[in-house]
Design a protein around this ligand. Structure first.
Ligand SMILES: [Zn+2]
Length: 212
């Protein structure tokens, strides 16, 4: 969902900026394709790095915790007890809770309550990277399709309208899915989309007239 938003805003505003500089239709299209590929790759790379490094950190923390549990289980149980006391349990209840938690799944209890790792998942960086590249591409395809279909004089308006309409649809979908008020979510995504396109259009117009 977020990737699609990014795809619409970044590709849409790049196309609007290039088109506002009175560049030939074919070159506007090529710029749009390049923006789509560059954006999708940068989303994929960013996601891959972020998921992998998060996984590395979690694995290192878990390995350390596992070693500590093996070396000093009594100390680790005390650690958990203190944690529960700090969170509001009485000393007796905290001790009993820590003991039961440790008996069932010591590493799981420490991972959750001490490290804040909610479930010991196997993160899939490649899958995450592919998903963000695909959602970005789906979003970027909308303004690019407008370039293909719109006649040259209406290019800027067509791309802006299509981009804003897609942003609105995504915003409404997101609000419905999240149970949030639709109008606020719509206003937010459309404001940022419109601002991005207005800015790049201004820059395109400025340089288009200066250079051309
Ligand atoms: Zn611990």
């Amino acid at each position: 969902m977020l990737g699609a938003n990014d795809g619409i805003v970044s590709t849409g505003s790049l196309i609007v900026g290039v088109a506002a500089a009175n560049v030939p239709h074919a070159e506007v299209f090529i710029s749009g394709v390049a923006a789509l590929v560059a954006g999708a790759m940068s989303m994929a790379a960013g996601e891959y790095v972020s998921v992998s490094s998060q996984w590395d950190t979690e694995q290192a923390d878990l390995a350390k915790e596992r070693a500590e549990l093996a070396r000093a289980p009594v100390l680790e149980q005390q650690e958990l007890t203190d944690l529960y006391i700090r969170r509001g349990l009485s000393a007796g209840t905290a001790r009993a809770a820590a003991e039961q938690m440790m008996r069932r799944d010591a590493l799981g209890a420490h991972a959750r309550d001490e490290l804040g790792i909610s479930e010991i998942t196997t993160a899939r960086p490649l899958q995450a990277a592919l998903a963000s590249a695909l959602t970005f591409t789906a979003g970027a395809a909308a303004p690019l399709l407008a370039v293909v279909l719109a006649p040259a004089p209406q290019l800027v308006v067509a791309v802006a309208v299509v981009s804003l309409a897609c942003l609105a649809a995504l915003g409404a979908l997101g609000a419905v899915a999240g149970g949030a008020p639709i109008s606020r979510s719509l206003l937010r995504v459309m404001f940022w989309g419109a601002l991005a396109m207005a800015l790049t259009a201004g820059v395109g117009r400025l340089f288009g007239t200066t250079v051309g």
